[in-house]
Design a protein around this ligand. Structure first.
Ligand code: C2E
Ligand code: MG
Ligand code: MG
Ligand code: MG
Length: 282
C-alpha cells in the first residue's frame, strides 16, 4: 500500500505543479525584496459615523507597488507573507506608515481621525508586536488613542488565554482594539465578554445580500444588539447601497464603511474628502 501511495505521489507531481512551486519561490523572493526596499503603500478607507454624518476614522489597507505588475491587492500577497513570516517586518512597515500618516493629517490641521490597522494571526502571535506598536507610535509622536488594531476572530480563538493576555498588553499602550470580520468565527458570548475590545466589525458577507436575504438581516441586527449588550460600537463593512445604509442605521449600527461612501483611497484623496466634509458641516 505504501508503495502504491508513493507511486501515486510521484505521478501526482506533474510539470504544472513544478511550475507552480517555482512561481511561488519567485514570488517569495520578490516579496522579500519588496520588504527590504519598502515597495508598499497604504490606502485609506473612511468610516462614517451615523450619528454625526462625519468621517471619524479610516482603515489602512496595504498595497504592493510591484515594479512590473503595478499595484497589487493584499489578497495576492498577505497569505504568502503570513506563510513565510515576512508579515512581521511588513506589519512593522504598515504600522509605521499608518502612525506617520495619522500624525501628518493632525499636523496639517485636519480633524483627528482614528486609524485602523489590520493585524494578522502570525503577527499577533509574535511577541515583538507590542514593542513594534509602541515604537511606531513613539517615532510618529502619535497619541495612542488614535490607533486601533483590527484583530480577527479566528486568530484570537486559537489560544483564548494567550490572546487575552496579548490584548491587555496592547491596551496598556493606550490603543484600542476591534474585532474584524465578526460573525465568521466561533466566539461564544462568554469569551467575547472577556476581550478588551472597543468595536466589532460585521463581516461584509453579511451586508452584501441585504435586503435579499432576511437571514443576513437578522444576523446583522443580532450583532448590533450584541454590541449594545457588551458596550461595543458596531461597524458595518462593505456597505455598497443606500438601502443597506438605511437598514444598518435603522438597526442602530454606529459606523459604516464601504464603497457607497468611498473606496480605499491614497492619502491625498482622503485629505480632500475630509476637507470637503468639514466645509459642508461648517
Ligand atoms: P479587511 O480588513 O476586512 O478589509 C476590508 C476589505 O474590504 C478591503 O479589501 C476593502 O477594500 C474591501 N471593501 C471595503 N468596502 C467594500 C465594499 O463596499 N464592497 C466590497 N466588495 N469590498 C469592500 P482589501 O484592501 O483588498 O483587503 C483585503 C484584506 O487584506 C483585509 O480585509 C485584511 O484582512 C487584509 N489586509 C489589508 N491590509 C492589511 C495589512 O496592512 N496587514 C494585514 N495583516 N492584513 C491586511
Ligand atoms: Mg480590517
Ligand atoms: Mg473585515
Ligand atoms: Mg476581510
Amino acid at each position: 500500500r505504501a508503495k502504491e501511495a508513493g507511486r501515486n505521489a510521484i505521478r501526482l507531481f506533474t510539470p504544472a505543479m513544478a511550475e507552480d512551486a517555482r512561481n511561488k519561490l519567485i514570488r517569495i523572493e520578490e516579496l522579500r525584496r519588496a520588504v527590504e526596499r519598502d515597495e508598499f503603500v497604504l490606502h485609506y478607507q473612511p468610516q462614517k459615523e451615523v450619528r454625526s454624518g462625519k468621517i471619524i476614522g479610516v482603515e489602512a489597507l496595504v498595497r504592493w507597488q510591484h515594479p512590473v505588475e503595478g499595484l497589487l491587492l493584499p489578497g495576492v500577497f498577505i497569505p504568502l507573507a503570513e506563510e513565510t513570516g515576512l508579515i512581521v517586518p511588513l506589519g512593522e512597515i504598515v504600522l509605521r506608515k499608518a502612525c506617520q500618516q495619522a500624525r501628518l493629517w493632525q499636523d496639517r490641521g485636519l480633524p483627528s481621525l482614528r486609524m485602523g490597522v489590520n493585524v494578522s494571526a502570525r503577527q499577533f502571535l509574535e511577541s515583538s508586536l507590542t514593542s513594534h506598536v509602541a515604537s511606531a507610535l513613539q517615532s510618529a509622536d502619535l497619541d495612542p488613542q488614535w490607533l486601533e488594531l483590527e484583530l480577527t476572530e479566528s486568530l484570537i480563538m486559537r489560544d483564548v488565554e494567550g490572546a487575552i493576555e496579548r490584548m491587555h498588553e496592547l491596551k496598556e499602550l493606550g490603543v484600542s482594539l476591534a474585532m474584524d470580520d465578526f460573525g465568521t468565527g466561533y466566539s461564544s458570548l462568554s469569551t467575547l465578554r472577556r476581550f478588551p475590545l472597543s468595536r466589532l466589525k460585521i463581516d461584509r458577507s453579511f451586508i452584501a445580500d441585504i435586503p435579499e436575504k432576511p437571514g443576513d438581516m437578522a444576523i446583522t441586527s443580532a450583532i448590533v444588539s450584541l454590541g449594545r449588550t457588551l458596550d461595543l460600537e458596531v461597524v458595518a463593512e462593505g456597505v455598497e447601497t443606500e438601502e443597506q445604509a438605511r437598514f444598518l442605521e435603522g438597526a442602530g449600527c454606529e459606523l459604516l464603511q464601504g464603497y457607497l461612501f468611498a473606496r480605499p483611497l491614497p492619502s491625498s484623496e482622503i485629505e480632500s474628502l475630509i476637507a470637503g466634509t468639514v466645509a459642508k458641516a461648517g
